[in-house]
Design a binder for this molecule. Structure first.
Ligand SMILES: *Cc1c(COP(=O)(O)O)cnc(C)c1O
Length: 387
């Protein structure tokens, strides 16, 4: 019986388990001391000049971020077609319209010229996605946004820790107005479900803190009454229920401590894949630009014209040999809901990439035996068929 290799397996150790159990025993389950400590530690990681606000998903962070940036009906938000639907769906939550932009084949991210071409008088926000964990050109995008009076909310669900021009994505110098991180089960660190919104702007942080929990404003009430009792609050908006639990935060604190080790492990896995596949009919994933650092959340290969089998057959061969894979992503403009909103525009780079892309197993807990098995199975699938 051949050994099966999963697409992903989480890396939760006894420390995470102990932290969650301790949090359970403390009697405080929802947002509390663990969440405050997690936010403080995340903020310190980002360089202390930002606010870090914990929420129950990256989708929540994206939604709260766009809401705080004032996006509403009649506005346009620029978003890659090559992303997960969460990036774009939050635009629709607020009644605004996504304007999809094609990817650059060299980076699988949106490039500055393509974003510039999509700007109209209605554009309010640009939402870059650091695809697979490779940083977008934030320097160029910030300059473009400043030229046009636009805001930037970057979807950093793949990008912890990713560095651009020497600083972490999310740090103030990288120029986003808001950054959203994901701690979903298969992301680079996890809280089961969870997310973090980071912003350097005090007004955005105030708004997000209120909207994260029912639009409750304790400060407004305090100002008038000086009451500190838990019943003493005012409601200033119809807010949301997006707060993080202390159980999740307890897990997150232990994971956050290890992100550089996790990244080093994934980078080593990526380097072994690169070396093993160099002679195969595959386009290997783009590396970080000079001065940047890749989080290696995903390792995605593309079959070249020299591969005589299709992407779908390749996936089936791997599956038959016990190697699980995934596809990131079918571009949004091909999806039933989004198609009518693509405005008849075409996205040839994303279409070509989607027809050829396969995400291989990439996770911290992958053993050398498991990776050797993936490499063997990939080689056999392609060598049997190559010209
Ligand atoms: C995972 C993911 C999200 C959503 O993250 P959640 O924490 O599950 O809400 C958003 N954007 C991208 C690109 C993602 O991969």
């Amino acid at each position: 019986m051949t050994q099966k290799v999963p697409f992903f397996r989480p890396s939760l150790g006894e420390k995470e388990i102990a932290a969650v159990v301790k949090s359970l025993r403390s009697g405080w389950l929802t947002t509390g001391p663990q969440t405050s400590a997690f936010e403080a530690e995340f903020r310190a990681l980002m360089g202390d000049t930002v606010h870090a606000i914990a929420v129950n998903s990256a989708t929540a962070a994206l939604h709260l971020g766009l809401e705080a940036l004032g996006v509403g009906p009649g506005d346009e938000v620029i978003v890659p077609t090559m992303t997960f639907t969460a990036t774009a769906e939050v635009i629709r939550y607020l009644g605004a319209m996504p304007v999809f932009v094609d990817m650059d084949p060299a980076t699988i991210c949106v490039e500055v010229e393509a974003v510039a071409a999509a700007i109209t008088s209605r554009t309010k926000v640009i939402m870059p996605v650091h695809f697979a964990g490779r940083a977008c050109n934030m320097t160029g995008l910030r300059a473009l946004a400043d030229d046009h009076g636009l805001r930037i909310l970057d979807d950093a669900a793949h990008a912890l820790p990713t560095r651009h021009a020497g600083a972490l994505i999310g740090a103030a110098v990288n120029g986003a107005d808001v950054t959203a991180f994901s701690f979903y089960a298969n992301k680079t660190m996890t809280t089961g479900e969870g997310g973090m919104l980071v912003t350097g702007c005090d007004e955005i942080a105030d708004r997000v803190r209120k909207m994260r929990l029912h639009g409750i404003d304790r400060d407004v009430f305090d100002r008038f009454t000086n009451l500190r009792a838990s019943w003493a609050y005012d409601v200033v908006e119809a807010g949301y229920k997006y707060n993080m639990t202390d159980l999740a935060a307890a897990m997150g604190r232990v994971q956050l401590n290890q992100i550089d080790d996790f990244q080093a492990t994934r980078a080593a896995i990526a380097a072994r894949y690169d070396a093993a596949f160099a002679d195969l009919p595959l386009t290997l994933p783009p590396h970080a630009a000079i001065g940047d650092e890749h989080s290696w959340h995903l390792y995605i290969v593309q079959l070249t014209d020299d591969a005589l089998l299709t992407r779908d057959v390749f996936i089936t061969r791997l599956q038959e040999a016990g190697v699980a894979t995934s596809v990131h992503y079918r571009p949004l403009h091909q999806m039933t809901y989004w198609k009518p909103m693509a405005g008849g525009r075409t996205f040839p780079a994303a279409d070509a990439y989607f027809a050829r892309c396969v995400s291989l197993p990439m996770f911290m807990a992958m053993t050398e035996t498991e990776q050797a098995r993936v490499i063997k199975v990939v080689r056999e699938a392609l060598e049997g068929e190559a010209k």
